[in-house]
Design a protein around this ligand. Structure first.
Ligand code: SF4
Ligand code: SF4
Length: 433
């Protein structure tokens, strides 16, 4: 069978074997959590608790501030110890609410209808907003905004993103296997909100067990969703690549999926939608993969937001003595970590630990081989963007569509001269915005 895919891209080693057969383990409720006010794209949430306040699990502790913002909840039952700046996994100091556990969970749940099928679109969106759901594939865009496209942008298709193309990560794979029915119900709820009939589930063909499990349950439960096996290629899970592979629609440069009538959500996000709408649970926990050759027992873990990396690593048997690197996310788009005291946030899909020694990678001049241009899935000219940014010629970057770069890292991965293309492009994006 010919598998669907997109043009260009690369084939990095997948390293999924560390954890793709490990069942999801639920971690004990941590003794303390550090909950950042910024865990999403958009405006910082506004704290509504103060030091010494008692809070329940699922209680709102910070409210949305503006249209693009997201609610933040307490992941445990306890007492607010401080609202202060702590180390954030993005590498900066950021405002967080530090809570110490007092008793085991006492939940505060969101009001939900008896049957979600009887709820209106607006009622369902309000629950998602109250639950603080954001895109869990890494982008952390507030979901209530994504599911409310403006009037001039009619949506006809929804794609469930089960690709998880980033090397090492297996959380979505395990959720498709272990939480199948909940994921499919979350997809049905999302499609009801969008008012669309066409539902697609894209899964790379390195997860044949997930493809057959999802296909089976789609048939058993009488859903009219189409399961689309996709060719193994990076970055197949990027929204634009997924839409191209499944629907053969091209999102215009500088555009969004809604410009071609599509909304894409990943597996973790629709699972959270299921939990909010049918159980009244806010987004206070997620599945995270702790993996790599630098950790003793790689695992997929259901853990509370705000749990420190240190605790997650201890739950995974601890770090090996020879561990050299830790990333949040995978090695292609992840963020290198300098401390394990940082907390997991809503966007933490994985913690990847590596024993690979730092080698002084020698950067050489560009040899104009064109490889970076051939692999770029967005058809940009990475060498040009990087060079203009390095020369501080930020005014010229717009005409080369720098803002369309999805920072997938394919160009950097392929460059024989080891030029830090993505790093220069990131600088250029910031300076020319
Ligand atoms: S220029 Fe951007 S989108 Fe293109 S390969 Fe490089 S990082 Fe990916
Ligand atoms: S891959 Fe590297 S060496 Fe080749 S053209 Fe691009 S920047 Fe130059």
């Amino acid at each position: 069978m010919k598998l669907s895919t997109f043009k260009n891209g690369i084939h990095p080693k997948s390293f999924k074997h560390f954890s793709n057969r490990k069942k999801i383990e639920e971690m004990q409720v941590p003794e303390e959590v550090f909950v950042p006010l910024q865990q999403h794209i958009g405006k910082l949430a506004k704290p509504i608790v103060k030091k010494k306040d008692e809070v329940k699990t699922g209680q709102i502790i910070a409210e949305t501030d503006g249209f693009i913002s997201s609610t933040v909840h307490s992941p445990i039952t306890g007492k607010v110890k401080a609202i202060d700046e702590f180390d954030h996994p993005s590498g900066v100091r950021a405002k967080m609410i530090h809570i110490k556990k007092t008793v085991d969970d006492e939940w505060e749940l969101i009001d939900i209808p008896k049957n979600w099928k009887d709820a209106t679109k607006n009622e369902l969106i309000e629950i998602i907003k109250k639950a603080g759901i954001v895109g869990l594939g890494g982008a952390a865009f507030p979901t209530q905004v994504k599911l409310s496209p403006p009037k001039g942008k009619p949506i006809d298709s929804f794609i469930l993103n089960g690709v998880e193309c980033e090397p090492f990560l297996t959380a979505d794979h395990r959720m498709m296997l272990e939480y199948t029915d909940k994921v499919l119900t979350g997809m049905a709820i999302t499609m009801k909100i969008l008012g669309v009939k066409n539902g697609y589930i894209g899964i790379e063909d390195n997860k044949p067990d997930a493809i057959s499990q999802i296909q089976k349950r789609v048939m058993d439960l009488n859903y009219d969703f189409k399961v689309i096996p996709l060719k193994l290629k990076y970055p197949q899970g990027a929204e634009k690549m997924l839409i191209d592979a499944i629907l053969k629609r091209k999102v215009p440069i500088g555009g969004l999926p809604m410009d071609v009538g599509v909304v894409v959500n990943n597996v973790g996000t629709v699972f959270s939608i299921y939990e909010a709408v049918t159980e009244g649970k806010a987004l206070v926990e997620r599945v995270v993969t702790v993996t790599g050759d630098g950790v003793k027992e790689p695992k997929n873990i259901l853990a509370r937001i705000g749990t420190t990396f240190k605790e997650l690593l201890e739950f995974s048997g601890g770090l090996k003595d020879e561990t050299n690197h830790i990333y949040m996310g995978g090695p292609m788009m992840g963020v290198s970590q300098h401390s394990i005291s940082v907390p997991m946030i809503k966007a933490t899909s994985g913690i990847v630990c590596s024993i690979e020694k730092s080698v002084n990678v020698k950067v050489s001049p560009c040899i104009r081989c064109g490889t970076c241009v051939r692999v770029c899935p967005i058809n940009l000219i990475p060498t040009k963007l990087s060079r203009l940014s390095e020369l501080s010629k930020y005014d010229e970057l717009g005409k080369y569509e720098i803002q369309s770069c999805i920072e997938c890292g394919s160009c950097l991965y392929s460059c024989p001269s080891n030029i830090p293309l993505v790093q220069w492009i990131r600088v250029g994006k910031l300076k020319s915005h």
